[in-house]
Ligand binder design. Structure first.
Ligand SMILES: Cc1cc2nc3c(=O)[nH]c(=O)nc-3n(C[C@H](O)[C@H](O)[C@H](O)COP(=O)(O)OP(=O)(O)OC[C@H]3O[C@@H](n4cnc5c(N)ncnc54)[C@H](O)[C@@H]3O)c2cc1C
Ligand SMILES: NC(=O)c1ccc[n+]([C@@H]2O[C@H](COP(=O)([O-])OP(=O)(O)OC[C@H]3O[C@@H](n4cnc5c(N)ncnc54)[C@H](O)[C@@H]3O)[C@@H](O)[C@H]2O)c1
Length: 525
């Protein structure tokens, strides 16, 4: 075992333990993006440089062997690391930047934090409606960021503590395969370590895809990473892409007070949802004062984001333009699998660059598994967590697979969109016959108490049984009844049994009482 380790590494044994656990104040007083923007090095990078310089010659000389080697400390990777180390395996995790992966640093949790600030601002604009007298509410983005950064800093400390407690070694650096199950790690602070694992697990995630459009890269558009770290409010934000990232962030920025235009090339917003859901989100956005262009291709971009940008679009109605000050690209993801030497490790990729895995998440290389987005799993944190559970179960002799998983998710627009299981589009595509139970959210008394009556609930029931196939809710607190229906589906409960539950009044789930009293009807059209 290495005699000492860089500042971040959670040290498992007396031989490697640092004098003090890694300190959040010392290491992560600001976010890496903030340091980058200010042209400075993070204190942790400096600390690591010193540590690594001392060790460089020794580190270069030999291959260090671990039982478990994990590349990427995303959702699946970190849980596997903590679990395997806790079970006594010598475990190393290589992470190039984000302690804990995308979710706590640059994706789910920071975006929901910012979205909540936007909701608070939105409430102030409606204060009179709720009988509250307020002056004008101006967004202070520095304050918004301070709240978010405090949360992210706290989460990083939480992760460092868990690495420390588990005994897994966290090595901050970029991994590249040099042969089967062996990587060279270019350490963040300088220097290299060669590390091999008896068993190797890939959890490398994805990054925002920037479409190949003339002038787009030159316009230096933001991705969610930069937008979520913005200390100022864009005057007029143009969002390319009307999927999850685009919709959540477009609405938040609008509610902070920015002008916003969304450009989506598909025929509707939220393209994986049913057309009635896409139409309801479009209504919401228009009511919020967001300009939306659907069925619109981005042909050319001029100018620079942060100053002036002009986006030339084309669609059925001919060419158009959108002019604004800032540009956000939210057009899907690209796996972080290129330039990692995976070909030297015998790990095959599909045409889109995702790692080819079987239903147990085993790759084409012996003793190498892949988990999370890089393995083509559904792009949600909870899906990546389930990948960890599948892999861990198999390591213990189980036979869990990813086949037929029932996935739920929630899009955090205000109001939310939540879904579990099949929607109508998917049922039709798969030739599955179904019946429908539908109800407007205005019929749920909870939404009246909130003055948020927008939206609807929709349950798909099998045509020839009372089996629940799927459930979609667009409306206030949508994730609450969704979780109830998800539990029923996991337990194989027919909708007629769920109907027997006595839901508390006045909750959003209480709406199920009335939805389920109806008789499901065949879909129209
Ligand atoms: C703006 C936004 C909001 C989102 N909101 C939600 C949400 O509300 N709910 C939800 O369920 N999902 C949400 N998602 C999706 C969710 O963030 C991802 O599905 C999840 O983080 C994926 O985790 P992962 O385990 O695949 O890997 P990641 O968390 O992406 O981790 C991969 C890690 O590998 C590291 N890495 C990559 N290559 C190397 C290398 N060569 N060497 C060393 N390290 C490497 C990366 O630095 C990274 O830390 C959101 C995504 C975005 C972009
Ligand atoms: N609340 C959540 O759970 C949450 C939040 C954010 C992201 N995510 C996950 O992250 C994934 C990635 O999010 P995303 O929004 O980047 O991808 P997405 O696939 O959800 O949406 C991308 C959108 O961009 C459109 N698009 C693609 N190219 C375009 C172009 N050239 N011009 C105009 N529009 C174009 C697509 O038609 C699509 O509607 C999501 O699929 C989701 O799984 C989840």
């Amino acid at each position: 075992m290495r005699p000492e380790t860089v500042a971040w590494a959670a040290a498992p044994s007396a031989a490697t333990r640092l004098t003090d656990p890694p300190s959040h104040d010392r290491l992560w007083a600001r976010s890496p993006v903030q340091y980058r923007r200010e042209g400075m090095l993070c204190p942790d990078i400096l600390a690591a440089r010193h540590a690594v310089t001392r060790q460089r010659s020794r580190l270069m000389s030999s291959t260090e062997n671990f039982d478990i080697l994990i590349i990427g400390s995303g959702e699946a990777g970190k849980y596997l690391a903590w679990t395997m180390a806790g079970e006594g395996r010598r475990t190393a995790v290589v992470e190039r930047e984000l302690i804990g992966g995308a979710c706590p640093n640059i994706a789910c949790l920071p975006s929901k934090n910012i979205i909540h600030s936007a909701k608070v601002r939105h409430f102030t604009t409606r204060a009179a409606e709720f009988g509250v007298d307020l002056g004008s509410a101006v967004t202070n983005m520095k304050g918004v960021q301070a709240r978010k950064r405090a949360m992210v800093d706290g989460l990083r400390q939480l992760h460092l503590d868990r690495y420390w407690a588990s005994g897994a070694e966290l090595i901050m650096g970029e991994a590249r395969f040099v042969s089967a199950r062996t990587v060279d790690v270019r350490l963040v602070g300088g220097g290299t370590r060669r590390i091999s694992g008896e068993r190797v697990f890939l959890n490398m995630g994805t990054h925002a895809r920037v479409p190949d459009v003339p002038g787009l890269v030159a316009a230096r558009p933001m991705t969610h990473v930069e937008l979520l770290d913005l200390d100022r409010l864009p005057e007029h934000l143009i969002v390319v892409g009307g999927g999850y990232v685009g919709l959540e962030l477009a609405q938040a920025m609008r509610r902070f007070g920015a002008r916003v235009t969304v450009i989506e090339h598909g025929p509707q917003l939220a393209g994986s949802e049913d057309p009635d859901v896409g139409a309801a989100i479009l209504d919401l956005f228009r009511d919020d004062g967001i300009t939306v262009q659907v069925g619109s291709d981005v042909r050319r971009v001029e100018g620079t984001s942060g100053d002036r940008v002009r986006v030339v679009t084309g669609g059925q109605d001919g060419e158009g333009t959108a002019e604004g000050t800032d540009l956000l690209v939210a057009t899907g993801r690209t796996p972080d699998t290129s330039d990692v030497g995976l070909e030297l490790a015998g790990v095959e990729l599909d045409k889109a660059g995702y790692i080819v895995v079987d239903e147990h998440l085993a790759t084409t290389a012996a003793n190498v598994w892949a988990m999370g987005e890089c393995a083509g799993s559904p792009q949600f944190t909870h899906a990546s967590f389930d990948d960890f559970q599948v892999v861990h179960d198999n390591l213990r002799g189980g036979s869990s697979t990813t086949t037929g998983r029932l996935l739920a998710y929630c899009m955090f627009t205000d109001p939310e969109l939540a879904r579990v299981g099949m929607n109508e589009s998917e049922a039709r595509r798969r030739g599955i016959r179904y019946r429908l139970l539908t109800m407007p959210m205005a019929a749920v008394l909870r939404t009246r108490t909130l003055s948020e009556p927008r939206g609807f609930m929709k349950m798909l029931v099998a045509a020839d049984s009372d089996h629940i196939l799927g459930f979609t809710v667009f409306g206030a607190e949508a994730s609450e009844p969704m979780a109830v229906v998800q539990t029923a589906m996991v337990g194989g409960l027919p909708y007629t049994e769920l109907r027997r539950a006595i839901f508390a009044h006045p909750t959003t789930s209480e709406g199920l009482t009335f939805l389920l009293r109806n008789t499901p009807t065949p879909p129209t059209g």
